[in-house]
Design a binder for this molecule. Sequence first.
Ligand code: 13P
Length: 226
Amino acid sequence: MKIIAGNWKINGSVAELDSMISVLNEIDTENNLIICVPFTMLNCKKSDRISIGAQDVSTHEHGAYTGEVSAKMIAESGAKYVIVGHSERRQYHNETNDIVNQKALRVLESGLMPIVCVGETLDQKNAGQTFSVIENQVTESTNGLENYILAYEPVWAIGTGLTATTQEIADVHEYIRKLTSANLLYGGSVKGANSGEIMSILNVDGVLVGGASLKPDDFLPIIKSV
Ligand code: 13P
């Protein structure tokens, strides 16, 4: 059984989510299917076979924080998962490991499962810092977390069509496995053509998919490639 999670970012619509869920409801799979949608779509059509997740959460539980959404509110919507620390949040919203850790703790306290993202930038990779960056992100972002999923998403592979090589994924996942027993996902330009190979790598328990999770024609081949 693999975990196959889609991250819709600011894409899709309620109608597209409904039709994706209808399609996924019909397929025969043992895999754990998750779609992480914008907040406005959390309260969508329910399915026993597909779990819904959010893409971010507030560090606060309640109060005067205009525009924020708490973990408890996400739980109330029926969602089960929350992505925290995606590189786009780290990069564009200055989220530090400490902020990511606080978010993940709120998620867990609300009975939801955090999907904690880590990944090195191209500059860090070229400077030979991949393992030290990842170790730092993993240990600080997951501090005190009893249960979580960890997604390794090299920043240079997100939305670029560049995927880490099988050897690179194997090496980083082996390294992370020594730090945590959490389920480990790989993300970064995953598509039907490479997902089977990626999910057969040791210590890869599933994938986190951006662009190729938006349309059933692209997402189904990934699910079927396990
Ligand atoms: P792409 O699959 O579009 O590269 O995005 C990956 C990602 O950011 C998933 O969280």
